[in-house]
Design a protein around this ligand. Structure first.
Ligand SMILES: Cc1cc2nc3c(=O)[nH]c(=O)nc-3n(C[C@H](O)[C@H](O)[C@H](O)COP(=O)(O)OP(=O)(O)OC[C@H]3O[C@@H](n4cnc5c(N)ncnc54)[C@H](O)[C@@H]3O)c2cc1C
Length: 501
């Protein structure tokens, strides 16, 4: 094993939404930071501006990696190992959780637990996160929007022209569509923001070292078991040991618990910081269903996500529990999530046989329905002879189905509205749920809490059983709100940077 000579203030493992943001912020505070990232720079043609290849869906899967599902069958996860992690292919929709999402929320199937922090504690970091990631948005339209200190710094970018009449059509149905807040850069080739651009590249370069192609295998602890003393990584085929005063795991909701479990020793027989047996448990993956509508005119299939609707976020007429969030998907040829959905699209081509897949993509308006799930200890990431296993069964399904049917009714009403010319009545609204391999929205596997008996990290993100080990990624979420987790991961990372200053 090669032992690195340098000693760092902080080692950050992973450079996605949490790690990339944290590393940049700490370096600006003058800390000497080493980032260990298992991927390398992602080729521009594979980034989110590139055409989603509907037929070669492994484009968004790491090569040579298989995880195993509940039945033991292998699957290729849709997760990106690269500088910037999943933010390289995300939709860049950066929404705040609602105030109530931080408290206990009664879902149809049970109680979604409270966080150990509340909205007002995170609000200044949400402000900072939106500024850092240049979030374009418009306040005051979405009635569920949480309190904010002011307007977004940048106005929403104009949306595709055929979506404007759809916005009006939704308003005629009594909905309150809003421009979803999006992270945008000025880069023509790759306009959506990500954590390589707004995390690593806005760092103080004198204080940041980025080691790519460095896959962290395990952590080594002091004889007392209270301190991480070494981080073991495979760098270009060699085994290396790095050390720092503070170590932060930000390898995402599946790899962070895997590293902890792989690091077991006499002090931590079930894995580091796993005395509570909670590491890897409570995996939550948003329920995501795509719903297709037929457009009257061709569109180019290449545009970003645009409109959001939260009219059913907290319920509906005669429904007193949350249903979830709706957003327009990006164009079917651009939104990476569709790379996982050829089964849905091919179903449609069967129903409309004269439509090729490419033509269908350009004649569709696609929507995502998103509903939160409850933490369940049986939904877990675990290691079987070092292979990653994911046991997962969605819960809160009826609420999600209600949202999907409610939305299809809304779409039908729009299509029946004679004023609306941009969509046409379809014989049916094809839809499909994201499969287990779409793990990119996963969270909850090292949850945050004050009680070490049922959580892994405290409210600051520090592992209960160690003095210098923190977690700064989506695994710390105690619950999984129906809006995407990205902005909250970024805000938590900025909050941790402030705590470590
Ligand atoms: C197609 C897609 C679209 C999405 N769209 C949105 C959206 O519009 N809005 C939203 O809020 N969320 C979206 N998400 C979810 C969002 O991307 C994630 O919630 C967010 O990136 C989580 O941040 P993270 O820091 O936890 O993990 P990640 O961003 O996944 O980062 C983890 C990092 O750790 C690295 N890593 C993993 N294992 C190791 C190891 N052993 N050693 C070293 N490095 C390691 C990875 O390479 C990666 O860089 C989307 C996800 C996908 C897949």
């Amino acid at each position: 094993m090669i032992i690195d000579d340098s000693h760092y203030d902080v080692i950050v493992i992973g450079s996605g939404a949490g790690g990339g943001t944290l590393a940049g912020a700490l370096s600006r505070q003058g800390k000497n930071v080493l980032v260990l990232e298992r991927g390398g720079a992602m080729a521009l043609e594979d980034q989110n501006v590139a055409d989603v290849d509907l037929f070669r869906k492994d484009r968004y899967h790491p090569r040579n990696e298989q995880w195993f599902g509940p039945d033991g069958d292998p699957f290729a996860p849709q997760t990106t190992y690269a500088l910037g992690g999943n933010t390289k292919i995300w939709g860049a929709v950066l929404e705040r959780m609602r105030e109530q999402d931080f408290g206990e929320v009664t879902l149809q199937e049970g109680i979604s637990p409270a966080w150990p922090i509340n909205y007002s504690e995170l609000a200044p970091f949400y402000d900072a996160a939106e500024t850092l990631y240049r979030v374009h948005g418009k306040a005051g339209v979405d009635p569920t929007e949480p309190k904010r200190s002011g307007e977004y710094l940048a106005k929403p970018k104009p949306i595709e022209s055929f979506l404007e009449p759809l916005r009006c059509a939704l308003e005629r149905q009594g909905c309150k569509p809003y421009d979803i807040p999006l992270s945008w850069s000025e880069d023509q080739d790759d306009p959506s923001g990500d954590s390589q651009l707004f995390g690593l590249e806005v760092s103080d370069l004198d204080h940041l070292t980025v080691q790519s192609n460095a896959k962290v295998i395990r952590l080594h602890v002091s004889p007392s078991g209270r301190q991480v003393k070494g981080v073991e990584a495979e760098v270009n085929g060699d085994s290396w040991l790095f050390n720092a005063d503070v170590v932060v795991l930000a390898a995402g909701a599946v790899n962070t618990p895997a590293i902890l479990m792989r690091s077991g020793n006499t002090h931590h027989p079930k894995g580091i910081s796993n005395g509570s047996d909670q590491v890897g448990r409570n995996l939550m993956n948003l329920q995501l269903t795509s719903i297709l509508q037929l457009a009257a005119e061709r569109n180019n299939g290449r545009y970003g996500r645009s409109l959001g609707v939260n009219d059913y976020y907290w319920g509906d007429k005669n429904v007193s529990f949350p249903l979830g969030h709706i957003q327009t998907a990006g164009g079917v040829l651009q939104d990476a999530l569709f790379a996982e959905s050829p089964p849905v699209l091919s179903l449609v081509t069967k129903m409309i046989p004269d439509f090729g897949l490419e033509r269908l993509a350009s004649r569709s308006v696609a929507w995502w329905a998103m509903t939160e799930v409850l933490p369940d200890p049986h939904n877990k990431v675990w290691l079987n002879n070092d292979q990653i296993r994911v046991n997962y069964i969605h819960n809160n399904r009826e609420a999600h189905d209600r949202l999907v049917y409610r939305w299809i009714d809304t779409l039908k009403a729009i299509e029946a509205d004679p004023v609306t010319k941009v969509v046409i009545k379809a014989p049916t609204h094809a839809r499909g749920e994201a499969p287990l391999s779409v793990v990119g929205y996963g969270c909850g596997t090292c949850r945050m809490g004050e009680d070490p008996a049922n959580s892994v990290v405290n409210a600051d993100g520090r592992c209960h059983e160690l003095d210098n080990l923190y977690i700064a990624d989506a695994s710390v979420f105690p619950s999984c709100p129906s809006v995407g987790p990205g902005l909250t991961v970024i805000a938590l990372a900025l909050r941790l940077a402030a705590k470590l200053s």
